[in-house]
Design a binder for this molecule. Sequence first.
Ligand code: FE2
Length: 366
Amino acid sequence: MNSREDFLPINGTDYVEFYVGNAKQAAYYYQTAFGFQPLAYAGLETGLKDRTSYVLVQDKIRFVFTSSLVPDSEIAVHAMNHGDGVKVVALWVDDARKSWKETTARGAVSCLEPKVEKDEHGEAVFSGIRTYGETVHIFVERKNYNGPFLPGYVAWNPEYKTRDTGLKYVDHMVGNVGWNEMNKWVNFYADTMGFTQLASFDDKDISTEYTALMSKVMTNGNGRIKFPINEPAEGRKRSQVEEYLDFFGTSGVQHVAMATENILETVGELRKRGIEFLTVPDSYYDTVLNRVGKIDEEILALKKLGILVDRDDEGYLLQIFTKPVEDRPTVFYEIIQRKGAKSFGKGNFKALFESIELEQVRRGTL
Ligand code: FE2
C-alpha cells in the first residue's frame, strides 16, 4: 500500500452539534438571525425521553441544537459547565467502521464504537473519537440513508420560515486549547487522522501591545477540512484564548467560519437581523488598499459593514467576525468570502485583536 494514501478520506463536515440550554429558542435564533432552514427534529414526540434536538440547514451547513430534558444527563452537565457550545464536529465519511479502526489504531480515544442505526429511510453507520476538551468527532456514513437527516429524526417543517442569508459551507473550524497544548493537538490530527499542517502563526504574527496567541492550521488529505488550533501565548494581559478557556472551562471550538459568495449581501442582511460584529477603527480602511492592492469591491461598502480584506499569493479574501453569540464570551462566527486566497487573514490579526481587546475591556476580562 502506498504510504501516502489517505487512510481517512473525509467528504466534508457532516454537521456541528451544539449542547445548549434551550434548543427550541436556539433554533429560532439561528433561523431568524442567520437564515437557517428547518430540517429535522427529535424529542418527546419521536420517543426520546431525555433530550430534544432541532436540526437546521443552510446550503451545505447543518447545525444541530440539543438540550436536556432531565437534570443529570451528559447534555445538562455540559451546558452547566460550559454554557452553550459545540460538542460534536461530525465528519462525513464513506466508511465509518474503517474511519474508527484507522484512527483508534493510531492512538485516538474512542467515544463511540461503530454502530448502525435504522429507520424507514434506510440505515446510517456512526463511530466516534475524542478530541480536545470534551469535543468529539463523530464519523457519519450515510450512503444508505435518504431520510431528512439521520435515523431517529423526523422532518421538521414549521410554518415559520425565514430567507437564507447566503451562507454556503463550513470553511474552517477553530479550536482553542490550553497553555502549551497546541503541538499536542497538532500531533493528534497528524498522527491519528493523517492531517498535515497548512500554516502556522506565532506570537510575533498574532500579538498586540497586550496579548498574544499562537496558531497552527491542520488540514485533511483533500483540503475540505481545515482545523486551526490556537493556544494562548504570554502577553501583558489576558488574551482572548485565555478568556475563552476561563469561561468555557476547557478546550473547545472557538469559531466556525462560514463561507458566502457575496459577503456584502450576507453581512448586510445579518446586520439587519441583529447579528453583532466586531468593528475595526475607520483608519483600517485608509491603508488597506496599499496592503492588498486592487479588489473588486467598493472600499466604502466594505467600510460601512466593517468587512476586512487580506491577500496572499493566490488571491484575496474578505472576512468579518461576530461577537460571541451566547452569554459567555466563547463561541463566535466568521463570515468569509474567498477570492482565490487560501489563507486565513493574517494581515488582519492585529487590527482584530485590538478590537477584541476593546470588547474585553468592556467585559472587565482583559
Ligand atoms: Fe477563522
